[in-house]
Ligand binder design. Structure first.
Ligand SMILES: NC(=O)c1ccc[n+]([C@@H]2O[C@H](COP(=O)([O-])OP(=O)(O)OC[C@H]3O[C@@H](n4cnc5c(N)ncnc54)[C@H](OP(=O)(O)O)[C@@H]3O)[C@@H](O)[C@H]2O)c1
Length: 253
């Protein structure tokens, strides 16, 4: 029987790449979209045709973390099991106003939204996933973090501080869920060329700086993170929990 991955925000960027990486290795995929239903349906059809796996997409707004409860009930109806959960989705645009800004322009509402979408959504999603994983004797949970919590990035205080909190939450989850054989880790990426990064007002500047700072002299690409996600879900990583794996082309040093 195929294993099942549940992943949030897999219509674009890093999430989409991870979805294809798992699907091409015979993992069934249950994934979420927010605004791009049409794209999500196309992805579903494409992976079913290409890899003969089971795939289904569901709407989710990570600003409403409790919606994960209903989401997992729907997934229960469509899939027999949940083995892996990846909390990947991230908010941008209007909902981060006052959160994506220089320090003196930060506002509680924008900061709260980022914290809700990043940390609280991870908590509720991981709790619901764990209840299902328990039935299979264990599983693997991953959250996407970013090196913006280690390296100053203009306007990134809201995201960076939420990612720092997320990494600590991952450690606590790992400590508490180990007895269920549920492993919990974070993957922290350096700047990766996705829509989220293109929304940075200084996108071109960031890109040049990354290439300059990286010993590998290039920008991060979505394909750089997916193999680590797959490794962390595999049995090869069976003693790996409570960690943050940094993949940043060497830029944070
Ligand atoms: N890009 C980077 O430089 C970088 C570096 C390190 C870590 N990361 C992390 O990697 C993850 C993915 O980032 P990305 O750059 O791939 O992002 P992205 O290209 O902007 O994609 C965002 C995804 O999240 C979904 N989404 C947006 N708003 C949502 C909401 N309110 N509720 C639920 N889903 C929502 C989008 O769905 P729709 O398309 O349907 O709207 C999309 O699938 C994030 O956690 C990010 O912090 C990114």
């Amino acid at each position: 029987m195929n294993k099942t991955l549940v992943i949030s925000g897999a219509t674009r960027g890093i999430g989409k790449e991870i979805l294809y990486y798992f699907a091409s290795r015979n993992v069934d995929v249950a994934f979420t979209y927010n605004s791009n239903e049409e794209i999500a349906l196309e992805i579903c059809k494409d992976v079913i045709d290409k890899y003969k796996i089971k795939a289904k997409c569901y709407p989710l707004d990570i600003l409403e973390p409790n919606d994960y409860k209903e989401l997992f009930k729907k997934i229960d109806e469509d899939f027999n099991r949940v083995d892996y959960f990846i909390s990947n989705a991230i908010i941008s645009g209007r909902s981060v106003v006052g959160g994506f800004a220089p320090f003196m322009r930060l506002k509680p509402k924008g900061l709260n939204n980022i914290y809700t979408a990043t940390v609280l959504s991870f908590v509720v999603g991981a709790q619901e996933a764990t209840k299902r994983m328990q039935k299979n004797g264990g599983g693997s949970i991953i959250s996407l973090s970013s090196t913006g919590n280690l390296v100053y990035t203009p306007n990134y205080a809201g995201h960076g501080s939420s990612k720092a909190s997320l990494e600590t939450m991952v450690k606590y989850a790992a400590a508490d869920l180990g007895e269920l054989n549920v492993r919990v880790n974070a993957i922290s990426g350096g700047p990766i060329d996705t829509d989220a990064l293109k929304k940075f007002p200084n996108y071109e500047e960031v890109k040049l700086e990354v290439v300059k700072r990286s010993p590998l002299s290039r920008m991060g690409e979505t394909k750089d993170l997916a193999p680590m996600a797959y490794f962390l879900c595999s049995d090869e990583a069976s003693w790996c929990t409570g960690q943050t794996m940094i993949i940043d082309g060497g830029t944070s040093f």
